[in-house]
Design a protein around this ligand. Structure first.
Ligand code: 2AM
Ligand code: CA
Ligand code: CA
Ligand code: CA
Length: 264
């Protein structure tokens, strides 16, 4: 369990936004929805949750910058701190009435993610982490799964932009990963996929073409739970590479080797 003024700020902001999401989820048929691109929807629920988070975070930490999915970049006076906020990760699930979505808030300090909150409103599951203090789910300490054999593992993946350049490659990656793992799933929420690896429900997760607001919080959860995360090609920083591959030390290395072999 982590008690700190920063965590209180983050958890309060996220819980407040989550109350709105839960209400909106109960009446999705009345929500205004628009299309940003192919298969890329945004609803009034995304926008309202983002406004709630933006107001709360700006009030509590006035100088910090923000990178938010719907409102973009807001520069702060304090150039060392940046929030990475996804007000509703899993919008497609949400709009179809599938209760698998979350809010994700990560705080970056000079290139390092130092604090994370992911909250799943429908299950009332709160994931938190601070750098060096561990990761927790509803106050229970998290540890990545210890499985050492790919054949026993459950792997998650995401594919955000249909038709984008990386898709043919993803199909090859899927075939390669499916051939050697115990199972492969797509859940539609990158942040919850990272959280699933952090808490040991899933062994592996990889995705390309994702954004910093999708992964900032989840990356810290995975690392504080003893897991390893690199870019999908094995590079040191998923945030700058905009791709991720994670799991425990052994399986993560094997996953990256498979993904690299596909690209070779
Ligand atoms: P979102 O629900 O916040 O948009 C799943 O692979 C990840 O990609 C999710 O984090 C989801 O975030 C995002 N995503 C899914 N489909 C997408 C699309 N068509 N365009 C952009 N982002 C998408
Ligand atoms: Ca979106
Ligand atoms: Ca997202
Ligand atoms: Ca979103």
């Amino acid at each position: 369990m982590i008690v700190s003024p920063l965590m209180t700020v983050m958890v309060d902001a996220v819980r407040k936004a989550a109350r709105g999401l839960k209400r909106d989820f109960g009446e999705i048929e009345n929500l205004q929805v628009s299309r940003k691109g192919p298969g890329d929807f945004v609803s009034a629920a995304d926008r309202k949750a983002e406004a709630t988070l933006r107001e709360a975070l700006m009030k509590a930490r006035p100088g910090y910058g923000l990178v938010m999915e719907e409102s973009g970049v807001i520069e702060g006076q304090d150039k060392t701190h940046t929030w990475h906020v996804d007000p509703l990760d899993g919008t497609t699930n949400f709009l179809h009435g599938v209760p698998h979505f979350c809010i994700s808030v990560g705080l970056e300090r000079e290139g390092t993610i130092v604090a994370a909150v992911i909250y799943e409103p429908i299950k009332d599951e709160l994931y938190i982490a601070e750098r060096g203090k561990g990761a927790f789910l509803n106050n229970k300490r998290l540890r990545v799964a210890g499985r050492q054999d790919l054949a026993d593992s459950l792997a998650l993946y995401g594919s955000p932009y249909l038709g984008r350049g990386s898709h043919p490659r993803l199909l090859k990656e899927l075939a390669a990963v499916m051939a050697v793992t115990g199972g492969v799933r797509q859940t539609g929420s990158a942040a919850l996929d990272l959280a699933a690896v952090a808490c040991g429900r899933a062994d592996l997760y990889w995705e390309r073409d994702i954004q910093t607001w999708d992964m900032a919080a989840g990356l810290l959860l995975v690392r504080e739970a003893g897991g390893f995360a690199s870019s999908a090609d094995g590079g040191a920083d998923p945030m700058t590479a905009r791709s991720v591959a994670c799991g425990n030390e052994v399986l993560q290395r094997e996953l990256v080797a498979i993904l690299r072999k596909v690209g070779a």
